[in-house]
Design a protein around this ligand. Structure first.
Ligand SMILES: [Zn+2]
Length: 388
């Protein structure tokens, strides 16, 4: 801007405004550094992390392989470091990942084009290829017992999760098909509302679940496929929690009380999750974790590992230690907090939980014990429903 006498005063005012904001930011970041130092991994935390069973609820690597690698592990060989991804085998090993729900996501517009199931099957074939190509690293698990066995053998136990109920194309029988293909959860919606369930990021249609939506939940219970309430609206969360006979998961959602984003879980829903025996698996995406007040000041703030652990602590406080897990959303999000940039970072969460006074047993629950309990319970419910 040209410095003319006419604009001089305005410029000065702007200058002071900018200086004040910059001063605040500098003060905030200095305070952040002073109060919240970088987390440094100790041998004690590393040992606890290694002994625990980290089971991540959501990773979008299959979609990235499709988009960035033309669906080919020749193009993106994950046995080698892949800096364009959040996930590769060397970093998975560093991060101590024991079990993973691989997302077989397809975009919500496939609801309109009528090929959602076909595209989901394509994503499943990418995960199948990954299992076949890296058999020393991954193995498919179909039950909780399977997971335990595979983890003991030193491999990453792998299950798949469907993201978006449009994948069943309004046919209950397609749930069985997806279950048989290895899918063990389904988010009822993605970013758009369906005829039978409402998305958190769209206008409601059913204001909860339609009758068909309730049938979907009960058929998932009968199969032993986890009902995933990430992406749905609070009304649909409540309707699903009132319908389901098995514990639910939120495979990748954080706490709305800390970051007021519609993708997060409101406090009002958390006691219902506790009563249901379910688990909220914390998403690492910066836009879901940076505290609301800080986001208002700086919409590009990326936050840090400390913010993610704040979400974990809040969920522990409101829902209870038995109802919190990890659902990173690695390779599904464009921005991640400091010190959580890739799958190599997980041990730092264990470290920070230890730093905040969590004991070993509590940390094991958060890392994977809780979601394992949910999976076992869902298997029991399925067995008893099939006997009826
Ligand atoms: Zn998602």
């Amino acid at each position: 801007m040209a410095r003319t006498p006419q604009t001089g005063w305005l410029s000065r005012a702007s200058f002071w405004r900018i200086t004040a904001v910059l001063g605040l930011c500098a003060a905030a970041s200095q305070a952040e550094e002073a109060v919240r130092p970088k987390v440094v991994l100790t041998p004690e935390a590393a040992a606890i992390h290694a002994a625990g069973m980290l089971f991540d609820g959501h990773n979008d690597l299959p979609w990235e392989i499709r988009e960035k690698g033309n669906s080919s592990f020749d193009t993106l060989d994950i046995s080698q470091p892949q800096p364009t991804l959040h996930t590769d085998i060397p970093r998975l090993r560093q991060g101590g990942l024991k079990a993973q729900f691989w997302s077989v996501f397809v975009p919500a517009d496939h609801d309109k084009t009528g090929d959602a199931l076909l595209q989901t099957l394509h994503q499943i074939s990418i995960v199948n290829t990954m299992m076949q190509r890296y058999p020393e690293t991954f193995e498919f698990a179909s039950t909780a017992d399977d997971i335990q066995r595979i983890v003991t053998s030193g491999k990453v136990a792998s299950m798949m999760g469907v993201e978006g109920g449009y994948s069943i194309e309004d046919e209950l029988s397609n749930l069985q098909r997806l279950y048989d293909a290895g899918c063990r959860y389904m988010t009822l919606t993605h970013s758009k509302s369906l005829k039978w369930a409402d998305s958190a990021t769209d206008e409601p249609i059913s204001h909860g679940l339609s009758d068909f939506g309730k049938d979907v939940v009960l058929e998932m219970n009968r199969l032993g496929m986890l009902v995933d309430l990430s992406h749905v609206s609070p009304e649909t969360m409540k309707a699903a929690l009132a319908t389901t006979t098995a514990p639910v998961i939120f495979s990748h959602s954080s706490a709305r009380a800390i970051c007021d984003h519609p993708r997060n879980v409101p406090d009002a829903v958390l006691p219902l999750v506790a009563k249901n025996g379910g688990v909220v698996m914390v998403n690492f995406f910066s836009a879901f974790i940076v505290p609301t007040a800080q986001l208002k000041l700086d919409k590009d703030a990326r936050g840090s590992l400390h913010d993610v652990v704040d979400h974990i602590e809040h969920l522990v406080k409101v829902a209870g230690i038995d109802h919190v897990g990890i659902g990173s959303d690695y390779d599904g999000v464009p921005q991640l907090p400091a010190q959580l940039e890739s799958v190599a970072s997980y041990p730092l969460i264990t470290q920070e939980l230890l730093n905040r006074g969590y004991d070993k047993e509590a940390i094991y629950k958060i890392l994977g014990g809780n979601v394992m309990r949910v999976l076992r319970k869902a298997e029991d419910v399925a067995k008893s429903m099939k006997q009826e």
